[in-house]
Design a binder for this molecule. Structure first.
Ligand SMILES: C[S@@+](CC[C@H](N)C(=O)[O-])C[C@H]1O[C@@H](n2cnc3c(N)ncnc32)[C@H](O)[C@@H]1O
Length: 350
């Protein structure tokens, strides 16, 4: 395969996990990574990139439009420049891994970092107008929620330039087919995958999510290592029912039950990895004594040298409450739902 430049988008703070996963692709070169975006050259099959678990999305990178400012004249610059990118060639590349009709339906997804005197709809309409003039396809300005046209043209304004790409897949990478049941507070799949990587989950290890909700972390673990023993606990029966739906057919070795993370129905020293997205009290209510009792309990069930990875906004309370054999190792601040929270990694030392 010829070398092609790709553009990946990811959740702020996950650069470490994204780099590690990208480097595991042997046919990848020239990786550069900056806030929320990464660029790399890859000479393997395009469809292999759809296996990426930590990237929110991946695009064939067509290039950047320079000299973009906040004033409205920039709209004409974008419109006049879009024609210089080789969309036909890019569509031929995409058709090497999925069916693209002769007159594809496309949408234009725009993000504008920083304030501007124009909006996303105006940019989309200028870009779409030019692509239709070139008879590249039919524009669908407002696809129904959850439906995906044949092509997604991606425009992202960052500083004084606009990045231009075509989505490799039909739908975004972060959207997983196992997610059939949703509840408030469900974790973003790519964050769950990154947490498992930080926990060094590998084949043969047992893993517990003591506040499993809809089962996102368990599902990502099952995809990575289908034969691992996985345990999911949540105090809400509704959440457990939802996790069962999401994990159906995915995880033959998963054990899901209703229970309290402060009093786990699990024998002492039996779990290799604990990975969890704790209740935040923002979307999901949390009890006042939760952190102290939870830490004592996970310390009890974890084997010596076992690893814990937690997503929480309460890093200070966790550090202060560490009176057990659990030792704090590292924090990775990430941006999620408009706020900064931490993924923290701890190890049990005997
Ligand atoms: C942020 S949500 C987890 C979301 C989950 N990672 C997902 O992707 O759906 C936190 C979960 O903790 C559960 N929870 C709250 N207190 C608990 C407790 N004491 N024991 C067990 N689960 C609890 C809530 O029912 C909720 O499902």
């Amino acid at each position: 395969m010829a070398n092609q430049t790709y553009w990946g988008r990811y959740t702020t703070g996950l650069e470490h996990a994204v780099q590690k996963e990208l480097r595991s692709f042997s046919k990848l070169s020239s990786l550069s990574i900056s806030k929320r975006n990464c660029f790399f050259r890859y000479r393997g099959k395009i469809k292999d990139l759809l296996r990426m678990r930590t990237l929110d999305d991946v695009y064939l990178y067509l290039g950047a439009i320079p000299n973009i400012a906040t004033h409205r004249k920039s709209l004409s610059i974008i419109e006049n420049s879009i024609g210089r990118f080789d969309f036909r060639h890019a569509l031929t590349r995409l058709s090497s891994h999925r069916t693209i009709p002769p007159m594809p339906v496309f949408r234009v997804t725009v993000s504008l970092a920083g304030g501007c005197n124009y909006n996303r709809e105006e940019v989309a309409s200028r870009v779409a107008g030019e692509l239709m003039r070139q008879k590249l396809g039919k524009w669908n300005p407002q696809p129904k929620r959850g439906s995906f046209p044949d092509i997604d043209v991606r425009i992202h304004k960052q500083g004084s330039k606009c990045l231009v790409g075509l989505r490799v897949g039909t739908f975004p990478l972060y959207r997983r087919s196992y997610k059939k049941c949703h509840l408030k507070g469900a974790l973003k799949s790519t964050v769950a995958a990154s947490m498992l990587q930080m926990a060094s989950l590998h084949a043969g290890l047992s893993m517990l999510d003591p506040t499993c909700g809809t089962g996102t972390i368990l599902a990502e673990a099952a995809i990575a290592h289908s034969s691992n023993r996985l345990i999911g606990i949540d105090r809400s029966q509704q959440a457990i029912n939802c996790a069962k739906i999401n994990l159906e057919g995915l995880a033959p070795h998963v054990n899901l039950s209703c229970g309290d993370a402060r009093n786990l129905p699990i024998p002492t020293n039996t779990i290799d990895r604990i990975v969890a997205n704790l209740p935040w009290g923002q979307q999901v209510a949390k009890d006042h004594d939760f952190i102290q009792r939870f830490l004592m309990e996970i310390d009890r069930v974890l084997v010596s040298n076992g690893i814990v990875v937690l997503l929480t906004p309460e890093i200070d309370e966790i550090k202060l409450s560490l009176k057990t054999a659990l030792q704090f190792r590292r924090a990775y601040p990430i941006r999620l739902n408009g706020r900064t929270v931490d993924i923290i990694r701890m190890e049990k030392k005997s």
